[in-house]
Ligand binder design. Structure first.
Ligand code: ADP
Length: 374
């Protein structure tokens, strides 16, 4: 079998024309860093964000050109676009997608998929996702975490993981999910450089997300936790429609502003008929390490009241804690590295509540039997 090299791949990509048909995608400078993992090849095409859908055939052609090379088994091509100055990642699509009635196909072997979402960034959604996932794992469950925050993947940092996914020897069509702290994990950040600012348009987000769900060997999982991109724009709505979710957890700080956003998040899931598993109030209060006094910086309790008002469960509160931040930001999530701390206990408690709802079918929807494909 011929060795797969970047040169051979680049050569093959020269046969693919950029839209307009004049130059090829290599000469047009569209091809990103090429990642080779065994017989698997991954790269991105940088495209004009305003013409994302026009590039889909180009993406396909690039995928086919590389797939045809001797020795290549699997090719993952994503479309990315440089962020224009001043633009936010989420919710930029102008067209509202029509809600689809059809349920998204499940992932074979995965019993439940839950989303962790927030109305805006910076409220601790990713920190909550990872610690809830670890809390679920501590119940003896098989758990995976999928970082769907394509705009700003944080899983590599949260888990302290840098390596690229490797081909699955048992299933050469797929890449193996990475593993850390007993969790299976996948993030676009394992493939695309974290520091590269990229914009993903609706179709690109979905293709990246679909690939991460269906072209990764997740094995058998009781629960897959999906760390959603922040916000309630169309990209998030599309995801909520197209990922077969058993339920959603909303993370909010107690501030009014965050709660307005959290309400949007709740409504988004309600619109697409995904049950709300509950609200988590993060950065709820602060216990001063010097004076041991409790400070309610953001006006604690807002999320609990909001949950009551909306008639959805309140899952619990996590204080603002410098140690939690430090651990989270250095790849040592608190539930795994300080399991006896009150915060770890709080996360485990939330995980237990969530699991009870899931496996008793209290969510009333999309509780799928585990299907194992031989
Ligand atoms: P999001 O996913 O909502 O953008 P992150 O989970 O990335 O938020 O958290 C944003 C920042 O806040 C990170 O530096 C994280 O460590 C920190 N953080 C999250 N929750 C807490 C908390 N309860 N106490 C202290 N810092 C926190």
């Amino acid at each position: 079998m011929s060795e797969i090299t970047k040169e051979r791949i680049t050569e093959a990509l020269k046969s693919v024309k950029a839209p307009g048909g004049e130059v090829d995608i290599v000469s047009a400078g569209m091809v990103s860093e090429i990642v080779i993992a065994g017989s698997n090849v991954m790269f991105a095409l940088q495209v004009d964000p305003d013409q994302a859908s026009a590039y889909e055939p180009v993406r396909k052609a690039a995928e086919e050109a590389v797939s045809a090379l001797d020795g290549v088994e699997k090719v993952m091509v994503a479309l990315t676009a440089e962020k224009k100055p001043g633009e936010e990642g989420g919710g930029r699509q102008k067209k509202t997608p029509q809600p689809t009635a059809a349920q998204a196909p499940g992932i074979p072997g995965v019993s439940h998929i839950i989303a962790v979402a927030s109305g805006k960034g910076g409220v601790g959604k990713s920190t909550t996702s990872i610690n809830l996932a670890l809390g679920l794992a501590s119940l003896g469950l098989k758990v995976g975490i999928l970082d769907a925050d394509i705009y700003g993947p944080s899983l590599p940092k949260l888990l302290g993981l840098k390596q690229e996914p490797e081909p699955d020897p048992e299933n050469p069509d797929k890449l193996k999910a990475l593993e850390a702290y007993g969790l299976k994990a996948m993030s676009i950040g394992f493939v695309v450089d974290e520091a590269t600012p990229v914009i993903w348009r609706g179709p690109m987000v979905m293709s990246a997300l679909q690939q991460m769900m269906h072209e990764i060997s997740w094995g058998d999982l009781d629960v897959m936790v999906v760390d959603m991109p922040p916000g309630t724009g169309d990209a998030q709505l599309t995801m909520a429609q197209q990922v077969p979710l058993s339920g959603a957890v909303i993370v909010s700080t107690p501030q009014d502003l965050a709660l307005i956003d959290a309400r949007k998040g709740l409504n988004m899931f309600k619109r697409v008929n995904v049950p709300i598993l509950g609200i988590v109030e993060n950065m709820s209060y602060f216990i001063c390490p010097n004076c041991d006094t409790r400070h309610e910086i953001f006006g604690h309790g807002g999320a609990r009241q909001e949950a009551e008002r909306m008639g959805v469960p309140f899952l619990g509160e996590i204080p603002l804690d410098p140690d939690l931040r430090e651990r989270s930001d250095s790849g040592r999530p608190i539930v795994a590295t300080e399991p006896d701390s009150p915060h770890a206990q709080a996360y485990r408690q939330m995980a237990e509540t969530i699991w009870n709802k899931l496996h008793t079918g209290e969510t009333g929807r999309r509780s799928m039997p585990r299907i194992v494909v031989e």
